[in-house]
Design a protein around this ligand. Structure first.
Ligand SMILES: *Cc1c(COP(=O)(O)O)cnc(C)c1O
Length: 341
C-alpha cells in the first residue's frame, strides 16, 4: 500500500540507486575530495548556469539551519512565513545553530510571504532591543503546496536586499516547483535574487541528502567548518553525492517531479466531485490539502491510510511522491467516496 503522509515515505528512485551503487567501487578519497562530489558540484553549477558553491548535508533541517546560521550573527533575526518548516518543524535547529538568531514569523495567504508582509516585520522596530532582521527565508514549493513565481521571489528579494537582508530559499520540494512552473532553475533562484538555496534531494527520490547552494560565494566562507562541527560532513561523501548524478542525468529529477505533481492534480480533480470535500489551497505542486468530514478522516485511518492533519480542524494533507501510482490515488479516492456517503 502506498501512503500519502509525506513524499519521504517513498523509496529511492532507480536513477539515484544505480548511481549510488555505481559509486561503490574500490577506494576513493573521503570528506568530499572524491570524483563524484566534484562532478555533481560541476553538474549543479551547469544546471544553475553560474559559478555557485555547493555543499552536501544529510537532511533538510541541517541544510536550512546551517545555511541560515551562515547568514546571521546571533543578534540577527530571520523573517519567515508563520507556517515555514524552519519555524514549525525543525525543533529550534536554526536558532540553535545560529547561537540564538530569532525567527520572526510573518503572515501571508496561501503559505506565501509578500513584500508588504516582510516590510511590516522589518519596519516594526529598529531599536537596539529588537533582533535585527538579516534574512528572509522563502519555502519553494511552500508548506501548503503553493508556489512563488519568479516575479514574486524577485519582488521580495528586491525589498530584502534594499534593506540589507539576505534571501534564503528552503527548496525541500524545489524539484516540484521547477517542474510545475516550467522555469529554469536560475530564473527562480539567483536571477530572482536568492542568495542561498537548500536544494532538497530526499523528497525528490534520493536515499538522503540535500545540497546547499551558495550563489553568493562570499556567504559560504567557513561553511565547510560549520558542517563538520554540526556532524554534517559525510566522511564517505561520494555516497551522498553520487545519487545526484543519477537523478540530474537526462532531467530525471524533473520527470519524477512532474509525475508527482500530476498525481496531486489527479487527486484534486477526484476530490472536486466528493460531497463535503473542500480544497484548502490551490494545488500547484505535489501536495493536496483538503477539508474532509471527520467521519471520512477517521474512516481512512481505519482503512490503513496514513496522512497528516496539521492545519486547522478537519484539514488533511496528502503528498504525492515520484513513485505514486495512479491506482493508489484512485484507491484513496474510492475510499474517500465510500466514506462520504
Ligand atoms: C521535508 C522538509 C524539510 C527537510 O526536513 P528533514 O526531515 O530535516 O530532511 C525542510 N523544509 C520543508 C518545507 C520540508 O517539507
Amino acid at each position: 500500500m502506498q501512503h500519502f503522509a509525506s513524499d519521504n515515505y517513498a523509496g529511492i528512485c532507480p536513477e539515484a540507486l544505480r548511481a549510488f551503487l555505481g559509486a561503490n567501487e574500490g577506494h576513493a578519497p573521503a570528506y568530499g575530495d572524491d570524483e563524484w562530489t566534484r562532478r555533481v558540484s560541476e553538474r549543479l553549477r551547469k544546471l544553475f548556469a553560474t559559478d555557485c558553491d555547493v555543499y552536501f548535508v544529510f537532511n533538510g533541517t541541517a541544510a536550512n539551519s546551517l545555511a541560515l546560521a551562515s547568514l546571521c550573527q546571533s543578534y540577527h533575526s530571520v523573517i519567515c512565513h508563520e507556517l515555514a518548516h524552519v519555524a514549525t518543524d525543525e525543533c529550534g535547529g536554526p536558532e540553535f545553530f545560529s547561537n540564538g538568531s530569532k525567527l520572526l514569523p510573518a503572515r501571508g495567504v496561501g503559505g506565501k510571504l509578500t513584500p508588504d508582509g516582510v516590510l511590516e516585520v522589518i519596519a516594526r522596530r529598529s531599536d537596539i532591543h529588537y533582533p535585527k532582521p538579516r534574512v528572509v527565508t522563502l519555502t519553494q514549493a511552500t508548506e501548503v503546496g503553493t508556489l512563488y513565481h519568479p516575479s514574486e521571489v524577485a519582488a521580495i528579494a528586491e525589498l530584502a536586499h534594499g534593506k540589507g537582508l539576505r534571501v534564503h530559499m528552503d527548496g525541500a520540494r524545489f524539484a516540484n516547483a521547477v517542474a510545475s512552473l516550467g522555469v529554469s532553475p536560475a530564473d527562480i533562484t539567483w536571477r530572482a535574487g536568492v542568495d542561498v538555496l537548500c536544494f532538497g534531494g530526499t523528497k525528490m527520490g534520493l536515499p538522503m541528502g540535500e545540497a546547499v547552494v551558495f550563489f553568493d560565494r562570499r556567504l559560504s566562507e567557513d561553511f565547510a567548518w560549520r558542517c563538520k562541527q554540526a556532524g554534517q560532513l559525510a566522511s564517505k561523501m561520494r555516497f551522498l553525492a553520487a545519487p545526484w548524478l543519477g537523478i540530474l542525468e537526462d532531467d530525471a529529477w524533473l520527470h519524477h517531479a512532474r509525475h508527482a505533481n500530476a498525481m496531486a492534480q489527479r487527486l484534486a480533480a477526484g476530490l472536486a466531485s466528493v460531497p463535503g470535500a473542500e480544497l484548502l489551497f490551490p494545488v500547484e505542486a505535489n501536495g493536496v490539502f483538503a477539508n474532509l468530514p471527520a467521519a471520512v478522516l477517521d474512516g481512512l485511518r481505519v482503512r490503513g491510510w496514513r496522512y497528516y492533519t496539521f492545519i486547522g480542524a478537519g484539514g488533511a494533507r496528502f503528498m504525492c511522491a515520484w513513485d505514486t501510482r495512479p491506482e493508489s490515488v484512485d484507491a484513496l479516492l474510492k475510499d474517500i467516496r465510500a466514506l462520504s456517503v
